[in-house]
Design a protein around this ligand. Structure first.
Ligand SMILES: C[S@@+](CC[C@H](N)C(=O)[O-])C[C@H]1O[C@@H](n2cnc3c(N)ncnc32)[C@H](O)[C@@H]1O
Length: 506
């Protein structure tokens, strides 16, 4: 690892006028104080580099769609393997070192690390991560002949009419599949689990089935919502009620037509995975069996404090964005398939880093947790840093004013934004503790705007990191910025929002 912070990073060498990326007005119509955010803008614009080496495709799942292996789980919130490779190179992470991703998602950081002989450790609250990592991490261990037999076995499965079980569902996923599919899913799951195929082959089939659920259902993950198709029982029943009550039917726009069968989709998925495995096994000669890939399902807020200090050589991660995106709703089909019930899903929603309007503060929990570890000094330090972050205090006050002004349609937004940064502060503090001197930390995140107030997530985060001792190196901002919601635009005008990769060094 190169520990010289003076070295000029070479990768993002597109210099351009930052004018368009500098926020001129943080508070629409100058309603609220904005001097602290202005001061941060002036402070960090100097290390901000506008780049088109990274783009919307590389910081999102769009590139992974085309990538062998990474496409085995469609995780729209994921970043691309290409982005992780580029950052590892930039950070000069070498073979045998250990990287960390506290928000692992579909496992991109861990898998790219594995391919380069870099050890990794990662956390996520979603059980989907474990399924994805097990199947993807076994890439070298698959016996292709066995997988062909597995594909034949699956394509020959035929559920008997006497089989009555149905796929597990929760309230928001009731009637998500056609009747036959509801029964086929548990049947195929059981047949595969009870077969004599190896654990690796069964793990691959499990991921393939998990990744098939959306296509098998009347739903579609669309932005922040799970959309329902016009021909779903849910939409048809709702419309029948509306018509009976003399109201206009809902205009559901999603038309998925006739849905494919489990047999078709699952066989297709397995065959696609076999193609990837054949290709990757032939091309990945330097993969070492001794590379460690550790994953723990759990909250980063709980797991990070358990890591030993000064042990991590680099961090590449992307937390949930502060954008009301609820992973437990978007992935409800997958969570129910993996056996989670209503209560467990509700609990998992509360474990999310505060990114939904339903999240409650975690400060009491964190207080008790740090107390139980005998680390109240650390807890109080993080709280002090949060209080001393002027831009963050300004944002919280501005949102209160907006709320009193009637500009905020959901009070949960105030709680969410405050909780989001409080929790991220604990994450940044712990990352500083666990990183070795000279380690670099890269965070991918989006700026947001609520009720006309711009929240510069990239610069507030960088300031918090600096308060804990990190040296801010760069803020890479994508050429393509983010737009605003149509309501915000209509009411407060348009302010482009940065999509950034912040890079800090211990
Ligand atoms: C933007 S996604 C990360 C995607 C990942 N970079 C990839 O390539 O797939 C954020 C992830 O954070 C997870 N998450 C949310 N709250 C968490 C928490 N408290 N602890 C750990 N993971 C959490 C979500 O489940 C989600 O998978």
């Amino acid at each position: 690892m190169n520990t010289s912070s003076a070295r000029q990073l070479t990768l993002f060498d597109i210099k351009s006028d930052n004018f368009n990326w500098k926020v001129e007005r943080f508070s629409a119509n100058a309603l609220c104080e904005e001097s602290a955010r202005q001061a941060l803008e002036d402070k960090y614009m100097g290390i901000t580099e506008i780049t088109d080496i990274f783009n919307r495709q590389s910081v999102s799942y769009q590139l992974s769609k085309r990538d062998c292996l990474h496409r085995w789980l469609k995780y729209k919130e994921g970043f691309s393997a290409n982005l992780v490779e580029t950052l590892f190179e930039e950070m000069e992470i070498g073979k045998g070192e250990r990287v960390l991703d506290p928000f692992l998602g579909s496992g991109t950081t861990a898998l790219v690390a594995q391919m380069q002989g870099i050890n990794s450790i990662g956390f996520d609250i979603m059980p989907t991560t474990a399924v994805a990592l097990f199947a993807k991490g076994n890439i070298l261990r698959y016996n292709v002949q066995e997988l062909h037999r597995l594909a034949d076995f699956i394509s020959g499965l035929n559920r008997p009419a006497s089989y009555k079980k149905r796929v597990k569902s929760i309230a928001i996923t009731h009637h998500a599949y056609p009747d036959q599919t509801e029964r086929d899913i548990p049947f195929y799951t059981e047949q595969i689990a009870h077969s004599s195929f190896s654990d690796e082959a069964k793990g691959l089939a499990r991921l393939c089935l998990l990744n098939s659920l959306e296509r098998l259902s009347y739903t579609s993950k669309d932005g922040q919502y799970l959309r329902w198709a016009v021909n779903s029982k849910r939409v048809m029943e709702a419309n029948a009620c509306r018509i009976a009550a003399g109201r206009e039917p809902l205009k559901a726009k999603l038309d998925k037509g006739d849905l494919p069968s489990v047999n078709q989709v699952l066989t297709g998925e397995i065959n696609k995975a076999i193609d990837d495995i054949v290709y990757l096994q032939a091309s990945m000669h330097n993969l070492s069996e001794s590379t460690e890939m550790v994953f723990k399902q759990g909250s980063a807020l709980v797991e990070l404090p358990l890591l030993r200090k000064d042990t991590i050589s680099g961090v590449v991660t992307s937390p949930p964005y502060c954008n009301r995106y609820d992973y437990t709703r978007i992935y409800a089909l997958e969570l129910a398939f993996l056996g989670m019930g209503e209560d467990e899903i509700r609990r998992t929603r509360q474990d999310l880093l505060s990114c939904t309007v339903e999240n409650r503060t975690k400060l009491d929990f964190l207080h008790d947790y740090y107390n139980s570890m005998g680390r109240m000094v650390d807890f109080n330090r993080v709280k002090r840093v949060i209080k001393e972050n002027a831009a963050l205090s300004e944002v919280v006050s501005a949102l209160k004013i907006r709320n009193d002004n009637g500009d905020i349609n959901n009070k949960g937004i105030l709680k969410m934004v405050k909780g989001y940064f409080e929790e991220l502060a604990f994450v940044y503090y712990e990352l500083f503790r666990v990183c070795k001197k000279g380690a670099k930390v890269a965070f991918v995140n989006d700026n947001v705007r609520y009720a006309g107030e711009v929240i510069p997530v990239d610069f507030i985060s960088t300031e918090l990191a600096a308060q804990f001792g990190f040296t801010p190196l760069k803020v890479y901002s994508l050429k393509q910025q983010k737009g605003n919601s149509s309501q915000q635009m209509a009411k407060f005008g348009r302010v482009p929002l940065r999509k950034s990769i912040t890079l800090w060094e211990k």
